[in-house]
Design a protein around this ligand. Structure first.
Ligand SMILES: NC(=O)c1ccc[n+]([C@@H]2O[C@H](COP(=O)([O-])OP(=O)(O)OC[C@H]3O[C@@H](n4cnc5c(N)ncnc54)[C@H](O)[C@@H]3O)[C@@H](O)[C@H]2O)c1
Length: 459
């Protein structure tokens, strides 16, 4: 992937500290060092820290290992286990720690509060703390109070919000060429100082902290609503016997709507969309402002996963005793992240219904029950195959080899990646999402129009 060159003018080189070396923090640290800043990255997990110090990038993210290697060999990117030596004389500290979901929908802000305390206690001169983690509106104000409580007298810690919008599997590209950078600060000078750390030339939205925090929740909730709406249309297409991909393309080519996130499938998953929709709802509940669309998106998302299992049950008659191969257990193609993965959920629902499930993923290497190393192992003697992500390995599957390896003939392409004609030609029965159910298309009567044949009962 060709990377944009360092966009910062030489005079703009700044010393920054990044707390947390996960998907967001490590990407931010490596990209900020690529942009010409001097970056000290703190990671609390001893295993991750050890990997990073030995030059091993512990997550799969295209282009990231190269940037980390370039930064560490140039001395512009260093890794620390403690905040104090990393913060040293840095004027800015990005907080990129996890804000995991809780059953209430409100994310757990404990890691963030701890990171803020550590930065405040370590600061020997004024620092701008930038919260990149996704948090409910109002959090930055609370973090500023935490910092004030733990800072050395005379040291001022100002807190700004700058939510991160990168997508796993294209994190580096997204950070270096973002659609927009959002910065929330009560003091516009601090807002501009934070914005100047990012790649030059990208659109910048400057607002207050609550506004910036809400941008992130609102953006992810709207994406989730789009995904769920697409699956709502797909449900109608299944019942109507028409093709959802084509219908949704017809919808999305309207430039006001757009085709992105508007395809049929297994719904949204991962560490962000489910958590942020739940967070958005929790904000609405706390403020007494109902978030009805977000609630509907969540319910439709659950149904999207259930519909895959239901379709397989309908085709096979029963799931009990059937052997099913589930291909794709990362939450999407191109990542190894299995947090809130639709594929894993589908595999769990199939097992619960009595099926024996073997799962495969080209990148995810988590200890998942029934996970096998090769597609062939997953398919061996299987009664059915379910493809849940559009990973290239699945797109390239040879229909004749699949047919020869499987025992049964049933394929559910929930990712919309297989060539239907080629798979049918190999003797397999392929079903998709929103491509019709294996039942007869019911005649519908819209008075005064009627189906001529078969005649409606009341004709
Ligand atoms: N993953 C994404 O695609 C993505 C995108 C946009 C925003 N976000 C948000 O960014 C935040 C981070 O997400 P992530 O996926 O990078 O999480 P992650 O779990 O991959 O990484 C967080 C890292 O922070 C480390 N950490 C925790 N407390 C620490 C401390 N006090 N000092 C040093 N290190 C500490 C953890 O060990 C971990 O490595 C979350 O709020 C998330 O919602 C994530």
């Amino acid at each position: 992937m060709p990377l944009p060159p360092s966009a910062s003018a030489p005079g703009a080189r700044r010393k920054v500290c990044v707390v947390g070396a996960g998907y967001v923090g490590l990407t931010a640290a490596a990209c900020l060092s690529h942009l010409g800043h001097q970056v000290a990255c703190v990671e609390a997990d001893p295993w991750k820290l050890d990997q990073l110090r030995r030059g091993v990038v512990p997550i799969h993210e295209p282009g990231l290992a190269e940037l980390v290697a370039a930064g560490t060999s140039a001395g512009t990117l260093e890794f620390f286990g403690q905040t104090a030596p990393a913060l040293h004389d840095a004027g800015v500290a990005f907080l990129c720690v996890g804000t995991p979901p809780q059953p209430t929908g409100v994310p757990n802000l404990g890691h963030l509060a701890a990171a803020a305390r550590e930065v405040a206690a370590a600061a020997v001169s004024d620092v701008i703390v930038v919260v990149k983690s996704t948090v409910p509106p109002g959090s930055c104000e609370a973090i500023e109070l935490v910092c004030a409580e733990h800072a050395t007298p005379g040291v001022t810690i100002s807190v700004a919000s700058s939510p991160e919008f990168l997508r796993e599997s294209s994190a580096v590209e997204d950070f270096l060429a973002p659609d927009r950078v959002v910065v929330g600060a009560e003091d516009p000078e601090i807002g501009r100082a934070v914005a100047s750390l990012y790649p030059a030339g990208c659109p910048v939205v400057l607002t207050d902290r609550r506004g910036a925090e809400l941008v992130k929740y609102a953006a992810n909730t709207l994406l989730a609503i789009k995904v769920s709406f697409a699956n709502e249309v797909a449900g109608l297409c299944d019942a109507l016997g028409t093709d959802a991909s084509t219908v949704l393309r017809g919808v999305g080519l309207d430039h006001r709507l757009g085709t992105a996130f508007l395809g049929p499938g297994t719904g949204y998953g991962g560490s962000c969309l489910p958590k942020d929709v739940a967070g958005f709802r929790a904000v609405g509940d706390a403020l007494g402002t109902p978030t009805l669309l977000a609630e509907a998106a969540e319910r439709q998302n659950e149904r999207a996963r259930q519909r895959v299992v239901g379709k397989l049950r309908l085709i096979l008659g029963t799931l009990a005793g059937k052997r099913v191969a589930v291909l794709g257990v990362a939450f999407k193609a191109g990542t190894d992240d299995t947090r809130d993965s639709p594929g894993l959920d589908i595999a769990a629902q199939l097992s619960e219904a009595g099926a024996t499930v073997r799962v495969h993923d080209p990148l995810a290497r988590t200890a998942t029950a029934g996970q096998v190393a090769s597609i062939a192992e997953a398919l061996a003697d299987a009664d059915a195959m379910v493809v849940t992500t559009p990973a290239p390995d699945y797109r390239d599957l040879a229909p004749t080899e699949v047919a020869a390896t499987m025992e049964g003939r049933t394929v559910i392409d929930a990712a919309g990646v297989l060539d239907l004609d080629a798979f049918s030609g190999a003797g397999l029965s392929v079903y998709g999402i929103g491509r019709g159910l294996p039942t007869e298309f019911p005649a519908i009567v819209w008075p005064p129009l009627r189906w001529a044949h078969p005649a409606p009962a009341d004709a």
